[in-house]
Design a protein around this ligand. Structure first.
Ligand SMILES: Cc1cc2nc3c(=O)[nH]c(=O)nc-3n(C[C@H](O)[C@H](O)[C@H](O)COP(=O)(O)OP(=O)(O)OC[C@H]3O[C@@H](n4cnc5c(N)ncnc54)[C@H](O)[C@@H]3O)c2cc1C
Length: 525
């Protein structure tokens, strides 16, 4: 990933997981409450229950295209929520609100439930006498375990449904891009060669009025509202156990995502090739939380790149589109790695003969989290994280490298802090990005490369614009002083920005420490 960064498949890619038994659960719990509303059991009802997770859209969702009428549900799962954080859950709730509106416009309703999906889904499938339960595949170990457990729970409950798992998150599923021996790629360039040449499926159309079930047709509205909040109001953050985010989280929803994509495809994508590494130039798509929660489908994004490529005025413009596609491929590269190696969330992907001796440095970690390291670009990034719940990729690289190399603090600390503060936190890309920076990942930065945050600032924020936006203490500082801040004397620093901290580490010395630590880990020290 030198100079670069460090989740819908064709319906034919769908992998049916069949769970066919007799229906036995009717009358209990949530099913009972729904049935009390007037639902009578119907055999071959033609109803498909779709379990939404991170595919919060109606267009370009392969799991929604099929026979029968659709009944969509989202389940607030307490286990998954323990891994949540205010920005990500705020974005999720906003996305659910928008998704529900889209179903209402189609004469349907997005059911909302709370509880363990292993209990909720069999009850709901029974209550609506579903013929099938569908969902889109997810790639983390936790998601895989949950999917297997829900499929088993549906079968154990004796429910006569077909469970079908679709690929609605990636353009290419892990099984379709492998090395010659059938394992996942660990070298991005090889992955990219194959990924870019494989045919991409077009987005499938959204369901229309008549394709969706209105639960009120057969269920008493009042009772439905009482049934575990099934069609009641969305829960609040507080009800789900979260504080309000300190950040101004970007709005969610399919309309928002499509507007962002349209603007990007019309204009910014042609600057992407030249400008994407410069945080002040606002040249990236800002689609990451939408791609994380599926408020836009990746096939739709791909289609936009095809339109942009067709309308490109020259070779440079086409290369710029290609540079963006390459980032979409990084996204899938990391998802395939997570699928193959679910432990990358907590364990090094790359094995060193000896353990890396990470430092225990609570004060350094605190300064990094608070954006008070005295390295302006690092601090600007850490403050943007808290303010926007999003950070530019180049700055994620610089902040991650500073933590793991200059401070020699374990990448898991950084992963966890970013997880708590980002709206786009995504297990695959976070593990990929953090391990890239820490030189422990697949196709990672070489362990002897220690990015110099001052050189990075001079190169990617030459006018100090990004730093001034996020570090008010330096708003009036001359550009040179911003870049040279770590090497200025105390008196000069006090005269320019008395409230901004002196650097917490001296670069040369700490660079040597990091190099020595990785040599020792390699056994060369
Ligand atoms: C330490 C670190 C942690 C990261 N954590 C996350 C994370 O939790 N969630 C996340 O979505 N991205 C993460 N990234 C990748 C990247 O920084 C963001 O995807 C990107 O900044 C999002 O901005 P954008 O949508 O404007 O990107 P664009 O440049 O417009 O790219 C388009 C899409 O491609 C994908 N993408 C772009 N760059 C990368 C990349 N390096 N790796 C994987 N996918 C990529 C994203 O889905 C992104 O939305 C991390 C990178 C690093 C270095």
């Amino acid at each position: 990933m030198s100079n670069e960064p460090p989740q819908t498949t064709p319906e034919s890619d769908a992998e049916p997981l069949r769970a066919t038994r007799r229906n036995a659960l009717r009358g209990a719990g949530l099913a009972g409450m729904l049935a009390m509303g007037g639902a009578s059991a119907r055999q071959n009802s033609g109803v498909r229950l779709h379990w939404y997770r991170r595919d919060l859209r109606v267009t370009d969702n392969p799991a929604l295209a099929g026979d029968g009428r659709l009944l969509p549900v989202f389940v607030h799962d307490p286990t998954i929520l323990t891994y949540g954080a205010p920005p990500v859950v705020a974005f999720l709730l906003d996305a659910l609100d928008s998704l529900r509106e889209q179903y209402r416009e189609r004469g349907g309703e997005l059911l909302l439930a709370r509880g363990d999906p292993r209990a909720v889904l069999p009850e709901l499938a029974t209550a609506c006498d579903a013929d099938a339960v569908t969902w889109n595949r997810d790639y983390s170990g936790l998601a895989g375990e949950r999917d297997r457990a829900v499929a088993a729970a549906l079968a154990d409950a004796g429910i006569s449904v077909d469970v079908e798992r679709f690929g609605g998150t990636l353009l290419h599923e892990p099984e379709t891009i492998t090395t010659d021996d059938g394992s996942h790629h660990s070298v991005f360039s090889n992955f990219w060669q194959e990924w870019r040449t494989q045919e991409k499926a077009a987005p499938v159309a959204a369901p229309v009025r008549g394709d969706v079930v209105d639960p009120r047709d057969s269920l008493d509205e009042e009772r439905l509202g009482e049934a575990s909040g099934v069609a009641g109001p969305l829960p609040s953050l507080a009800e789900l156990g979260f504080d309000d985010p300190e950040a101004d989280v970007q709005p969610a929803g399919t309309d928002v995502a499509h507007d962002l994509l349209a603007d990007f495809r019309e204009d910014t994508i042609y600057r992407y090739g030249d400008d994407r590494e410069y945080p002040a130039r606002e040249s990236t798509s800002r689609l990451s939380p939408h791609l994380k929660f599926g408020t836009v489908g990746v096939r739709t994004v791909w289609e936009a790149t095809e339109d942009a490529a067709a309308a490109a005025s020259d070779g440079d413009a086409r290369e710029s589109v290609e540079a963006f596609r390459r980032r979409l491929a990084w996204r899938e590269f990391y998802a395939h790695i997570l699928d193959a190696r679910p432990d990358v969330v907590t364990e090094n992907y790359r094995e060193y003969p000896n353990e890396i001796q990470w430092r225990d440095d609570p004060e350094g970690l605190r300064a990094w989290k608070d954006g008070e390291t005295g390295y302006p670009l690092v601090d600007a990034g850490m403050r943007q994280l808290r303010a926007d719940a999003w950070v530019h990729n180049r700055v994620r690289i610089v902040t991650a490298s500073f933590l793991t190399k200059d401070l020699l603090i374990d990448w898991r600390e950084g992963y966890d802090w970013y997880r708590r503060k980002l709206a786009d936190h995504d297990t695959a890309h976070a593990a990929g990005g953090w391990q890239w920076a820490a030189s422990t990942g697949a196709n990672a930065q070489p362990d002897f490369r220690i990015l110099d945050p001052t050189t990075q600032a001079e190169k990617y924020d030459p006018d100090g614009e990004y730093v001034r936006e996020h570090v008010p203490e330096l708003r009036d500082a001359p550009t040179d002083a911003i870049h040279e801040w770590p090497t200025l004397d105390d008196e000069t620093r006090a005269a320019i920005a008395p409230d901004y901290p002196a650097p917490i580490v001296e670069l040369g010395e700490y660079r040597d420490r990091a190099i020595a630590a990785f040599e020792a880990a390699r056994g060369d020290g």
